[in-house]
Design a protein around this ligand. Structure first.
Ligand code: DX5
Ligand code: ZN
Length: 216
């Protein structure tokens, strides 16, 4: 997988025109579709589930990156893969048996990522870093789009990079929350491989142009 990727979050799309927004992303320089699934239990908000995944599966022509912000993610992993997920990320804080969950995702043929909330230290990944395909660092507290970026994320990127290098891991680093034109190039320079952007893309006058600018 190449680096410097942009993954627009469909959470900020226009659900009345979802197919139109998906097709816009197909034609744009966006690399991945980022799908934010919230259950109202792990996070204080509910987003969407399989009916939206079905529309994504029908129309999206790019890599589908699913971020599960749900308790007991194991119950739903197979169904997300059946609905076209190429990568599934689960929260460290939501998985009692993270090693089992990561290997289950991979055995089903998808890539597997682990997500850390802003207050969870990177060192918790020491014994799983060699197994994961991606580390997703939350740069806001998950639950809502359009929040302010937490600056401590830069320190966590550096720590994650060190952990990856010292374990010969091939994991990508993805950043999620409050990404915009003020921080995107700094985040890539700090070592991020994939940036999620919801509000920045979908509230822009030209989402396609914003995606291009976020990559510069
Ligand atoms: C936060 C979600 C995000 C988020 C990104 O709970 O995981 O993907 O909505 O949105 P922006 O870019 O608007 O912060
Ligand atoms: Zn997300």
């Amino acid at each position: 997988m190449k680096t410097k990727l942009i993954a627009p979050s469909l959470l900020s799309a226009d659900f009345g025109n979802l197919q139109r927004d998906i097709e816009m992303l197909n034609e744009s320089q966006a690399d991945w579709f980022h799908i934010d699934v919230m259950d109202g239990r792990f996070v204080p908000n509910i987003s969407f589930g399989f009916p939206v995944m079905k529309t994504v599966q029908q129309h999206a022509k790019k890599f589908v990156d699913v971020h599960l912000m749900i308790v007991e993610p194991d119950k739903y992993i197979d169904e997300f893969i059946n609905h076209g997920a190429d990568l599934i990320s689960v929260h460290y804080e939501a998985c009692t048996h993270l090693h089992r969950t990561i290997h289950h995702i991979q055995n089903r043929g998808a890539k597997a990522g682990v997500v850390l909330n802003p207050s969870t230290p990177v060192l918790m990944l020491e014994d799983i870093i060699a197994d994961v395909d991606l580390v997703l660092l939350m740069s806001v507290n998950p639950g809502f789009g359009g929040q302010k970026f937490i600056e401590n994320t830069y320190k966590k990127i550096a720590e994650t990079k060190d952990l990856i290098l010292s374990n010969n891991s091939t994991a990508l680093i993805e950043i999620d929350g409050g990404v915009n034109l003020d921080n995107a190039s700094k985040l890539f320079d700090a070592g991020a491989d994939v940036l999620v952007a919801g509000n920045a893309v979908f509230s822009a006058e030209s989402p396609e142009r914003m995606i291009e600018l976020l990559k510069i």
